[in-house]
Design a protein around this ligand. Sequence first.
Ligand SMILES: C[S@@+](CC[C@H](N)C(=O)[O-])C[C@H]1O[C@@H](n2cnc3c(N)ncnc32)[C@H](O)[C@@H]1O
Length: 213
Amino acid sequence: MFKNYYNKVSYVYDIFSPKIYYHGARNAAVSSLDLEEGQTVLNIPVGTGQNLAYLQRYLHDTGQIIGVDLSEGMLSKAFQKISTHNYSDGTLQNMDVADLNAAWLTKYQTENPDRHIDAILCDLGLSGFDGWEQVIENLLTILKPGGKLVVMDWELKEPSLRGELVKWIGGGEVERPIPAYLQNRLASYEIDHSFNRGGVFVASGVKHIGMES
Ligand SMILES: C[S@@+](CC[C@H](N)C(=O)[O-])C[C@H]1O[C@@H](n2cnc3c(N)ncnc32)[C@H](O)[C@@H]1O
């Protein structure tokens, strides 16, 4: 359902969801990743690649950005941004987030020896993904111990017209208790719920060192 919907929406996504709309939240989310040059960051769902320019402010084309999305249409827009800006460290994978798991990590590390998933940015994804709790668990499996997981998404606790509009446009569910779940699973948990008039949060934390990757 999401795949077909976003294939159609991909042509107008950057017009109806312009960079300025989530600028404050994206800026804070990418800053919270604590990226250093040469590191690998996973961005899910990468969509049309609106985060790429933000990520490059920290990586300066020295690391690896892996963008994952189910929609070929959205990925083709992200690919255009990679080509236009000559980002040599941007790679895209057309897949379901549900398949980002231990088997995916084994394949990634076979193809990229000595590389780890240093940080993960999940923006405007968990409110829409089926089985979102399991997606978080899978992300914690592939993230290196001590790595940063940053989530940017909607959370509106009270029913509102705005909530209905966000659901209608993006297909997500704005009342999911994503922050509460993350708080239980991450060390050094922090949240800022002040974006987009209090509707959008940026939550971040570190994978517990004891957890396997
Ligand atoms: C609201 S857009 C957000 C895109 C981007 N993160 C942003 O902030 O602009 C939601 C994206 O989730 C993708 N998506 C939905 N379900 C997915 C799944 N199961 N696996 C991978 N991507 C998925 C859609 O194709 C779409 O690009």
